[in-house]
Write a protein that binds this ligand. Structure first.
Ligand code: NAD
Ligand code: GLY
Length: 350
């Protein structure tokens, strides 16, 4: 097992290893005052890992209730959130009780937002079961639900008390969902770590899961320590996402998040090379690693359509959008770009 300690407004450990799920009960009990635990999960994950999680908590002498909602992004909404708050209140969880978020980013974001707001905040443990959740959403304290006007529009920065990442849970992921998470893993290599990038380029989908998840979490730990509230350096984690969100929206969410991020990364990298921000060697290496993971490099939408979507990006600040552009593998520039220049930049990368 590997441990990464995250320093933030609430500091906590991220435990990463094989077969950790049955230890959840002892970790919860060790938190001291916890008597009752609400496991929050969804209909795909609960049948796979619900029983092991619940039994471990019961064996540790804790009382357990569970809130299971239909799997998928469509559930990450106000209705599910309010049902969860009501469920917590009906079951009389107190401020010293605990929420366990068992699932991917959808469960983690929703349960985390409920934990942040129920009784003005109760402790929660993230148990990520997707690659994306393991390397990104379970660490760093961003919690949110979607509103009809857009994704993640209501939320809070609220750090978990512990992240327990059992690498074995990734074994049951459908291949396309695992591959989607790989786009986020590759992101860390391009942003911060040439050695991680080289490992991914060499091994492709057969990368060392425990070592790579740990490295990504260490890199995220450093970003969160520097900029917990996302006003500066943390923006780099948006690599490929501004254009990627445009691609997702244009496809009416038919194109998955990971594929859209891969296309977005390819577009900003090609544009970066065309504008002389990175060299052809960097461009070719980024395209090669994405291709090695079977991720798409091109989309069929026009620069104009993607530009219109980029304008509604929530990372927009006044008349500029912060584009994240690779300079070389291991370093990306935050480029505040006037909105009128976005379309031609995207055009150069299509
Ligand atoms: P998800 O939670 O919907 O999981 C993807 C799919 O995998 C679902 O169908 C789920 O049921 C299934 N699944 C999960 N674990 C499984 C397992 N072990 N075996 C088999 N199937 C399993 O989606 P995701 O990709 O994990 O997360 C996406 C969400 O994360 C989005 O809502 C996004 O906004 C959010 N997000 C948040 C942050 C953050 O910092 N908070 C960062 C990135 C993304
Ligand atoms: N996933 C982006 C962030 O945590 O900032």
């Amino acid at each position: 097992m590997r441990t990464v300690h995250v320093k933030a407004s609430r500091s906590y450990d991220v435990l990463i290893g094989s077969g950790l799920l049955p230890t959840i009960g002892s970790h919860a009990a060790a938190m001291g005052k916890v008597k009752k635990v609400c496991i929050v999960s969804e209909t795909n994950v609960w049948p796979l890992y619900g029983e092991a999680t619940k039994n471990s908590l019961l064996d540790a002498g804790l009382e357990v209730v569970e809130f299971i909602f239909p799997a998928g992004e469509a559930s990450k909404n106000g209705e599910t959130y309010l049902s969860l708050l009501n469920f917590l209140a009906e079951n009389r969880l107190t401020r010293t009780d605990l929420i366990v978020a068992l699932g991917g980013g959808v469960v983690g974001d929703l349960a985390g937002f409920a934990a942040a707001t129920y009784l003005r905040g109760i402790p929660f443990i993230q148990v990520p079961t997707t690659l994306l959740a393991a390397v990104d959403s379970s660490v760093g304290g961003k919690t949110a639900i979607d509103l009809p006007a857009g994704k993640n529009l209501a939320g809070a920065f609220y750090q978990p008390s512990l992240v327990l990442c059992d690498i074995n849970t990734l074994d049951t992921l459908p291949e396309h969902i695992f591959r989607d998470g790989c786009a986020e893993v590759i992101k860390y290599g391009i942003l911060y770590d040439p050695a991680l990038f080289a490992h991914l380029l060499e091994r492709g989908l057969e990368f060392d899961r425990e070592a790579v998840v740990t490295r990504c979490v260490e890199l995220k730990r450093d970003v969160v320590a520097e900029d917990e509230f996302d006003t500066g350096a943390r923006m780099r984690l948006n690599l490929g996402h501004t254009v990627g969100h445009g691609i997702e929206a244009q496809s009416h969410f038919e194109i998955s998040h990971g594929s859209a991020v891969a296309m977005g990364t390819a577009i900003v990298t090609r544009a970066g090379a065309a504008y002389g921000i990175c060299g052809a060697d960097t461009r070719d290496a980024v395209l090669e690693v994405l291709e090695k993971f079977g991720l798409p490099l091109h989309c069929s939408y026009s620069a104009e359509a993607l530009y219109r979507s980029a304008l509604s990006d929530k990372k927009r600040s006044g008349g500029t959008v912060n584009l994240i552009i690779p300079e070389r593998v291991g370093f990306c520039r935050i480029a505040p770009t006037p909105v009128e220049k976005i379309q031609s930049f995207i055009e150069a990368g299509l």
